[in-house]
Design a protein around this ligand. Structure first.
Ligand SMILES: [Cu+2]
Length: 307
């Protein structure tokens, strides 16, 4: 492995058209820092030793003015900073302004999951799947607090903010499965907001869209609507109770009474969770007031299966 390859391996793989440009800006700033660090740090140590206080000093008149030096240390950093500004600004414009033929995919962040919706919302999925070799624009928002989409192999990152849209774009250059993180600390289960970006061929992308069209099963909705962040399926409590085996059983409530977990109770728990808080748990569940009837039914059917 030569030196250049060693350096490159310190950064994640470059899997988008913009990645090399972003890395170039990074390395320019990095090597400027190394260069000046190597001059300034040894010089500081040398001067500290060479001119340390020895005995009683006699006061001397220090140097007062050097036009050459002042010109030098003004002009050189100005040029360097201007150069950094230019590569940063050009790179930022390239990153910010998506090509007009970019395909839009909507991204919704929430505590603590992501939903990606394709083809005008007719397809939804909990992972980001994109075709290779085509510009993709993510149009993003949040249902609660600020989250941030970060895809290291594409060198892109942008906040998702409640009540407004933000966007970013990229063009993937390598087929594979990569990580997508939330990089804005957003509460308890922030670290679980990790999902995958799957870069696939155009053919596989069209197949993916076709396969995921239409109604969702309760199991799919469990991840798509973010229930997964607070409810497990295996009996272990998370922020909320596990869904395993609750259907049809008696649920103890915080107000001391209890109810049978039938269809009505589950629907009520989804659209108005604070009306019946389960004993031993915080009233921390968001109300899914707008959840369509078919989705609620699908979730109830899914819970029935979780014996
Ligand atoms: Cu987050």
């Amino acid at each position: 492995m030569n030196f250049n390859m060693l350096l490159m391996s310190l950064l994640p793989k470059q899997a988008s058209t913009g990645a090399a440009e972003s890395d170039f800006a990074f390395w320019v700033v990095f090597w400027i820092c190394v260069f000046f660090g190597l001059i300034i740090i040894p010089a500081t140590i040398y001067f500290a030793i060479r001119y340390r206080k020895k005995g009683k000093p006699g006061l001397t008149n220090g140097p007062t003015h050097s036009t050459f030096l002042e010109f030098f240390w003004t002009a050189v950093p100005t040029l360097m900073i201007f150069f950094i500004f230019v590569i940063g600004f050009v790179g930022f414009m390239d990153f910010y302004v998506a090509p007009s033929d970019a395909e839009e995919i909507r991204v919704t962040g929430r505590q603590w999951s992501w939903t990606f919706s394709y083809a005008n919302g007719s397809v939804e999925y909990s992972e980001l799947t994109v075709p290779i070799g085509r510009p993709i624009k993510l149009v993003m928002s949040s249902e609660d607090v600020i989250h941030s989409v970060y895809i290291p192999v594409f060198r892109v990152k942008m906040d998702t903010v409640p009540n407004r849209y933000s966007s970013l774009w990229f063009e993937a250059t390598e087929i594979g499965s990569y990580d997508l993180y939330c990089t804005e600390y957003c509460g308890d289960a922030h670290s679980r907001m990790v999902t995958k970006v799957n870069v696939v061929s155009e053919e596989d992308y069209q197949k993916f869209l076709k396969d995921n069209q239409g109604e969702k099963s309760g199991e799919q909705l469990y991840t798509l609507r973010g229930c997964v962040a607070c409810h497990s399926l295996d009996g272990s409590p998370k922020i909320g109770p596990s869904w395993k085996g609750i259907y049809g059983t008696e649920r103890p409530l915080a107000n001391g009474s209890s109810v049978i977990a039938d269809d009505n109770y589950i629907k009520q728990s989804i659209i108005d969770p604070n009306s019946q808080v389960v004993k031993g748990y915080p009233a921390a569940m968001p109300a899914y007031v707008d959840m369509p009837e078919e989705e609620i039914n699908a979730i109830i059917d899914f819970m029935k299966e979780l014996k």
